[in-house]
Design a protein around this ligand. Structure first.
Ligand SMILES: [Zn+2]
Length: 365
């Protein structure tokens, strides 16, 4: 019987929890990772109603996009919906997992599925993550080059877009002299040694740094392993907020907006004075994503679809782009499909259900 930790590692492989933003709280929020999974319910939010649905279905895990515990809890008295939901989950032995900005930040995640439903092509990350890539440089005796190289790849290093196993190596001479406390792998204690080595370098995302270093140290034959870790200024084009894509041909803005309304089931769409009547390039970023307006304009998008836009923020778009607020729930609801497919692809020995509770707290008249 698969355990909750097995589900966590499947999620982590597809949407690494290390990709989440610093303010986020994705991961296992309630429950024990070593419990067996009896069934999973996938949802956008966790509410008491969603837990009732899980109980009815015999599911003991709720996998949700939004973390029910977000800002920290100091007491559990049931004085608000967060406390009541957590209490109910504990009482009913239901585990809660959140996969939030780690799902948003993946090239195929929360926003790409909406972009796909809107029919956008050539979809790319809108705001690539900054400062999250690192480089490892190490020096390896020639005959150990591949052993170390593949240990690093195994740990997750060397992935650039659709290519893995990326690295570079060049020959050179390493020098060292071990003191009386050493037992050198090559050379003699107390004597200067020159060794033919390879300078081996590869790239990795910063959240796997400890794993990469552990792999290096266990595969490298030396007592003291020489290595450098560099923080890179490169942006990661395959991870970040929002996406941008395009239609093959220009489409009429009004009919496009009607289509967006239909696909998302939005009760209302708010948008600025149309910047262009015919549109082709569309930026999409669900949630409170107004910060990406500059990226959308800079990327040449005709329309920026987001949610949670405040009154004064609409002014910033005027004359530059058509800013559209579709609603937070409406834009992110499809993430449930991603979760469902991910679980179905990886597990066959428990049931996974799609929550039918509309957790959107907003009504439209
Ligand atoms: Zn959200």
């Amino acid at each position: 019987m698969p355990k909750i930790k097995d589900l966590l590692s499947v999620i982590d492989k597809e949407f690494p929890f290390g990709l989440q933003e610093s303010y986020d709280n994705s991961g296992l929020l309630v429950g024990n990772a070593y419990d067996d999974i009896k069934g999973v319910l996938v949802s956008l939010d966790v509410t008491e109603e969603v837990l009732d649905e899980a109980i009815k279905l015999g599911a003991n895990v709720v996998l949700a996009h939004h973390p029910i515990i977000f800002r920290g809890l100091k007491k559990l008295t049931g004085s608000n919906y967060v406390e009541r939901t957590v209490i109910k989950a504990i009482k009913n032995d239901i585990a809660i997992i959140a996969s939030h900005t780690n799902t948003d930040n993946k090239a195929y995640g929360t926003n790409s599925i909406l972009a796909e439903k809107l029919g956008l092509k050539n979809v790319k990350v809108l705001v690539p993550q900054d400062g999250k890539l690192k480089k490892l440089v190490t020096f390896v005796p020639e005959e150990y080059e591949d052993k170390v190289r593949f240990a690093l790849f195994e740990a997750g290093a060397g992935i650039i877009g659709n290519y893995d196993y990326t690295s570079f190596s060049a020959p050179g001479t390493g020098t060292f002299r071990g003191n009386e406390n050493t037992n050198p792998f090559v050379g003699k204690q107390g004597e200067l040694h020159r060794e033919n080595e390879k300078r081996l370098e590869t790239i990795f995302p910063s959240y796997i740094e400890s794993k990469v270093i552990a792999a290096l140290l266990s595969a490298h034959p030396y007592e003291e392993v020489a290595y450098d870790i560099f923080s890179l200024d490169n942006r990661n084009p395959y991870a970040g907020s929002g996406v941008i894509g395009e239609f093959e041909e220009e489409v009429d803005l009004q009919s496009f907006l009607s289509e967006v309304k239909k696909i998302t089931g939005a009760g209302c769409i708010k948008y600025t004075q149309p910047h262009k009547k015919k549109v082709k390039k569309i930026a999409v970023c669900g949630g409170a994503c107004f910060f990406a307006l500059g990226n959308a304009i800079g990327s040449g998008a005709d329309v920026f679809i987001t949610s949670d836009v405040k009154y004064h923020e609409y002014f910033d778009a005027l004359g530059k782009i058509t800013l559209v607020d579709v609603g937070h729930y409406e834009m992110e609801q499809f993430v449930k499909e991603i979760f469902l497919n991910l679980i179905r692809k990886n597990f066959s020995n428990f049931a996974v259900h799609f929550s039918t509770v509309n957790t959107n707290p907003i009504n439209y008249l």
